[in-house]
Design a protein around this ligand. Structure first.
Ligand SMILES: *Cc1c(COP(=O)(O)O)cnc(C)c1O
Length: 422
């Protein structure tokens, strides 16, 4: 492939938009307003925009509740008893799995704990967990308390892999070496798919294979990867994963989370799971008898009946993903992010460093800009100019051009405003 050849001009950006097959998808979203105009929204990695269809679908569900009352469980246009089935096909495509390997349920950190209960069952010999240094705090807290739950000192049990001194991102060889070194003491590798702060995309296949070589499980938090990069969880042999739906998946604040468990474990009733009635075999769920019989697949990790109103927004968004397709989205995303990088390297009035890796295989839609002391001021000036970006302490501005609703013109406008701050 020839490298992208870009031009630093509005006309060029507009020409790119005019041939973009995904351009019209932006019409499906509601943009916040700034001085009477759509903002330039670069925050889809934190909270995705609302699809216009969400309120229509929400009203439809409210109408069914009104019309049917309790009978809605079976009589609603999408019967609530089986509501979680509506997500299997589309989620499977997004994460690269079979439909019975994915389920929409709970929220991210809750799912992480539930999966850790199944896949972190340490012994005196095998109890260590490898994770990335600087993981999202919720993940750190989850792992810390899971280690404590089993009576281990988190400082003993958790091995963090850090960037080398003077570097911003983690070298793959260092991850693989840490796994090999931990060897038979390693119970689990738990990594982010894409690190929330640096935007680094990890080689999940390589990490999984390395974990399996030493007899450990590999699980991933896909909060920043799902709906952003191409995932092939089943083929990579990933044991388990979980994600949230309110970032790239546009399913609204606190939106329903998701989980994946490889068939290998999902179809094995001996794998321990904390149980609730929704995970039981559907045929006997309402017999109200003693004894938990897990249904096949990850659906057996469900506890409660589906939070339908939360899931309506998820449907609105996944319908859009079905139509756009991850391959086309990722292709546009690669170019859009590369264009942003190309322009950022020409900003001459401000000093900052892009800490996100340059290689396409090592990043998704996000670029993280590390500023010296003026980061917060720059961020405020961007906000005043109608740019919605994201500020992360201590000094990073994250910019995510999202292929579903961002344009090359958005990226160019961002560059011009940034460059004018000086
Ligand atoms: C966004 C995010 C979370 C948030 O967790 P919730 O349980 O959804 O509140 C957790 N972990 C990572 C890596 C995230 O990016």
């Amino acid at each position: 492939m020839t490298p992208d050849v870009f031009e630093n001009s509005l006309a060029y950006a507009q020409a790119q938009d005019s041939t973009d097959i995904l351009y019209s998808f932006r019409e499906r979203f509601i943009f916040p307003q700034h001085q009477g105009k759509d903002v330039r929204y670069f925050c889809g990695n934190s909270l995705g925009l609302q699809p216009k269809s969400t309120s229509y679908l929400m009203q439809k569900e409210l109408d069914d509740w009104g019309a049917f009352g309790v009978e809605g469980h079976t009589q609603a246009r999408n019967p609530w008893l089986y509501y979680h089935h509506l997500f299997s096909e589309s989620l499977a495509k997004i994460v690269g799995a079979f439909p019975d390997e994915v389920v929409a349920m709970n929220t991210l950190t809750v799912n992480l704990h539930l999966l850790l209960v199944s896949f972190y069952r340490p012994t005196k010999q095998r109890y260590k967990i490898i994770m990335e240094a600087g993981a999202f705090p919720s993940d750190q807290y989850a792992i810390e308390t899971q280690a404590k739950l089993w009576g281990f000192d988190p400082n003993e049990a958790i091995i963090e892999v850090s960037p080398r001194s003077g570097e911003d991102t983690i070298r793959e060889e260092d991850i693989l070496k840490a796994i090999e070194d931990a060897g038979s003491s390693l119970a689990l590798v738990l990594f982010g798919g894409v690190n929330y702060y640096t935007g680094q995309l990890f080689n999940m296949k390589g990490i999984t294979e390395a974990a399996h070589r030493v007899g450990a499980y590999a699980g991933f938090d896909l909060a920043h990867a799902v709906g952003n990069v191409i995932l092939k969880l089943h083929d990579w042999g990933v044991d388990f994963a979980c994600w949230c739906s309110y970032k790239y998946l546009n399913s609204g604040p606190g939106g329903v989370g998701g989980a994946y468990v490889h068939r290998h474990h999902g179809d094995n009733p001996k794998v321990f799971r904390l149980a609730g009635w929704w995970g039981n075999e559907e045929a006997t769920r309402f017999k109200m008898t003693k004894g938990f019989y897990p249904q096949k697949g990850v659906a057996s990790w469900q506890m409660s009946n589906a939070p339908v109103f939360n899931m309506v927004a998820h449907r609105a968004s996944l319908d859009i993903f079905e139509k756009a397709g991850m391959v086309a989205l990722r292709e546009k995303s690669d170019r859009l992010t590369a264009y942003l990088e190309y322009l950022l390297l020409q900003v001459n009035n401000l000093s900052f460093k892009i800490i996100t890796p340059q290689a396409k295989e090592a990043r998704g839609a996000q670029l993280s800009l590390l500023f010296g002391d003026r980061g917060r001021e720059v961020f405020d000036r961007l906000s005043d100019a109608g740019i919605v970006a994201d500020w992360r302490e201590p000094n990073v501005i994250r910019i995510a051009p999202v292929p579903l609703y961002n344009t090359f013109e958005d990226v160019f406008a961002f560059y011009e405003i940034l460059n004018s701050i000086g």
